[in-house]
Design a protein around this ligand. Structure first.
Ligand code: PMP
Length: 462
């Protein structure tokens, strides 16, 4: 009884302090918010426990990043050993450290084609920023200074630096900011479910490609540096572009000397069953790949851009005597983060984790599709362990989710939480990206809870 009393007091105090002192990412500054913080205190495998001792199956996977799951002692010990041996040294200029070198060699071996040059950052956002800076640097160095515009897409998410946020195309995130809209051109989202009603599904890819071609004509290929794209748009709603979209976009970009930057912050490191998905799933050979999140299984912050050798070679061959890429961070190639990334890759290979995802992923999607029988489920989409459920209040077409659609998703989320499942609510969606170590039984229990949560929500609507 005493212990219960203490826990609940301690938890209340933590929550009060959280509300008083902490502004969360996407945190509200409103006095009136009813959202009580959920403080996660401990975690193991695919489960997390909050400060009130409630346990949840974490179907969000932290934030798409907890690929090997929680409580992995090999990863934790690797970090400890590296911290004792050498926790930090500056990475600038010609200084380096052993895990950074070893990881770069490994990433070059895993990345497709001639993507063999690794440049570290602290996160996905700083990797996006660095990738775009590299594109501008490349075109400036090779005498094509006018190539500056970046093609991106509505519904995209590319991070939270000012440039990353400018590239992102999620409408709601764009209020009260002054984004770099002269530098960024947003194309339509390749979102089949919300495509314009006069476009048949089989014509949607042509529609998107025509728009892309027209945008290039209008802006002028000589003014466009790159196209940045998540192979599957993640936070914008697990949007899987139509078949053929990627290859045709790539052909178009190559024809116009526009660099293709593949943002694999989510789709890489096993989520789709491979270390990188650009080439294997989507037939792409990008000029730059961006990675982060699953690179360290979320155990330490780290991002990287992996650059094509041909870009580096062209820069080397220019008139610049000493081409220096003046970009980097105090924590670029942080030894603890690089050491844990190396161990993460070693364990993924030893456990055949990508193979596991390739076998369990289709089961997960199949089981999720059973939820299509409910009338409030509008769409289920995804690939392997990256999926979402889109809710709808009615069959009527709407280019964006309605308030009623959003209310349904929120109600389902609340019920899931009560029943011991954490899902990621976003507008009318419930996004799912469980740790890659998840097994069939855990998937079944996830589906059961989702089913119950949907049925409870429908009862409340009656
Ligand atoms: N790109 C993509 C596709 C992402 O999903 C994210 C994060 N969700 C980022 C970039 C930014 O990464 P970070 O939050 O590590 O800065």
């Amino acid at each position: 009884m005493n212990e219960v009393f203490d826990i609940s007091n301690e938890s209340k105090e933590l929550k009060r302090n959280d509300q008083a002192y902490l502004l969360h990412p996407w945190g509200s500054l409103s006095e009136n918010t009813n959202d009580e913080p959920m403080i996660i205190e401990s975690a193991n495998g695919v489960y997390v426990t909050d400060s009130d001792r409630n346990q949840y199956l974490d179907a969000i996977g932290g934030m798409w990043c907890m690929t090997l799951g929680y409580g992995n002692e090999d990863l934790a010990l690797t970090m400890q050993e590296q911290a004792v041996r050498m926790p930090y040294y500056t990475p600038f200029g010609s200084m380096s450290n052993i895990p950074a070198v070893q990881l770069a060699k490994k990433l070059a071996a895993l990345a497709p084609g001639d993507l063999n040059i690794v440049h570290y950052t602290n996160s996905g956002s700083t990797a996006v920023d660095s990738a775009i800076r590299f594109c501008h640097y490349y075109f400036n160095a090779t005498g094509k200074e006018s190539k500056k515009i970046i093609l991106s897409r509505k519904d995209a998410y590319h991070g939270s630096t000012y440039l990353g946020a400018s590239l992102s195309g999620k409408a709601w995130d764009r209020t009260c900011f002054q984004y770099m809209d002269t530098l960024v051109h947003h194309l339509s989202s390749p979102h089949s479910y919300r495509r314009p009603p006069h476009i048949a599904e089989e014509n949607f890819c042509n529609y998107l490609l025509n728009e892309m071609e027209e945008a290039i004509q209008q802006l002028g290929a000589d003014n466009i540096a790159c196209f940045i794209a998540e192979p599957i748009l993640a936070s914008g709603g697990v949007i899987v572009p139509p078949n053929g979209y990627h290859q045709r976009a790539q052909e178009l970009m190559k024809r116009h000397n526009i660099l293709f930057v593949s943002d694999e912050v989510v789709t890489g490191f096993g989520r789709l069953g491979h270390f990188f998905s650009s080439n294997i799933h989507f037939g792409l050979d990008p000029d730059i790949i961006i990675t982060a999140k699953g690179l360290t299984s979320g155990y330490a912050p780290l991002g990287a851009i992996i650059l094509s050798e041909h870009l580096a070679r062209e820069i080397k061959e220019t008139h610049l005597k000493n081409p220096v890429f003046t970009n980097g961070y105090t924590y670029s190639g942080h030894p603890i983060a690089c050491a844990v990334a190396l161990k993460n890759i070693e364990l993924m290979e030893k456990m055949a984790l990508c193979e596991h995802v390739r076998s369990i992923g289709p089961y997960f999607i199949e089981r999720l599709q059973e939820l299509e029988k409910y009338p409030i489920v509008g769409d289920i989409r995804g690939h392997h362990l990256m999926a979402c459920i889109e809710f709808r209040a009615s069959n009527a077409y709407s280019p964006i989710p309605t308030l009623e659609d959003i209310a349904i998703a929120q109600a389902v989320d609340t019920h899931c939480q009560r029943l011991g499942l954490l899902v990621r609510p976003y507008e009318s969606l419930c996004i799912l990206s469980p740790p890659l170590i998840i097994n069939e039984q855990q998937i079944d229990s996830m589906i059961n809870i989702l089913q119950n949560a949907i049925e409870e929500t429908m009862k409340e609507m009656d």
